[in-house]
Write a protein that binds this ligand. Structure first.
Ligand SMILES: [Zn+2]
Length: 206
């Protein structure tokens, strides 16, 4: 286990080389991970016109890899690195390639680059949060999938959706903090439940 304090934004600014070394060891293997049946099922629901968007706290971009188009990333993604001085952006893979060890530097200004994911102590990207809450307000059905709904502010999205009249469906292997609030609860692994949901929907529609 990695000490979460090492992914605190203040710690990063003080020890960028150490955090980059940790980051590369921990997160780069994630580039080789493939989407699971739950990712594919959500992409399929979108293609069928039944799913408006996916809002995620994951940074692995597996929803896009599975074919989802409208993905709101609340914690950023392993896509880019951003310069902490001049805010220039670079593909993360390029930044990783350029570094020998420690933190890669900005070719323009020499500033330390930071992976464009949300560190502890950092605010969430404002546009993503705004879009997520807008989607929740407009939803007819809000599915909270594969989450314990423990983390603020994402766990307020189902609350907002429901207050605006949406049906709330919670699909998770374990109990969640908002089970009491749900219209429907499916207790099961999302990798199993979501593909079955898609099959069922197809048999009803076609
Ligand atoms: Zn720069």
């Amino acid at each position: 286990m990695v000490d979460p304090e090492k992914f605190d934004i203040d710690y990063f600014y003080k020890n960028p080389d150490e955090v980059w070394n940790l980051f590369v060891n921990l997160f780069l293997p994630a580039f080789n991970v493939k989407p699971n049946p739950a990712h594919y099922a959500l992409a399929e629901l979108e293609k069928m016109g039944k799913l408006c968007a996916v809002i995620t706290q994951n940074v692995d971009m597996l929803h896009q890899a599975a074919g989802s188009r409208n993905v709101v990333e609340l914690h950023g993604a392993l896509r880019e690195a951003v310069c902490t001085q001049c805010r220039a952006r670079y593909p993360l893979s390029e930044a990783v390639k350029r570094r020998v060890s420690g933190a890669p530097r900005c070719p323009k200004c020499g500033g330390v680059l930071k992976p464009d994911v949300v560190f502890f102590g950092e605010p969430l990207p404002r546009d993503a949060v705004r879009e997520a809450f807008m989607l929740a307000e407009m939803a007819d059905v809000f599915m909270a999938v594969g989450t314990s709904l423990a983390v603020y502010p994402a766990n307020q999205l189902p609350v907002v959706a429901k207050k605006r009249g949406a049906k709330l469906v919670i699909i998770n292997a374990d109990e969640t903090f908002y089970d009491f609030y749900a219209d429907y609860i499916v207790r099961g692994r999302v990798e199993e439940v979501l593909p079955r949901l898609v099959d069922r929907l197809k048999s009803m529609l076609f």
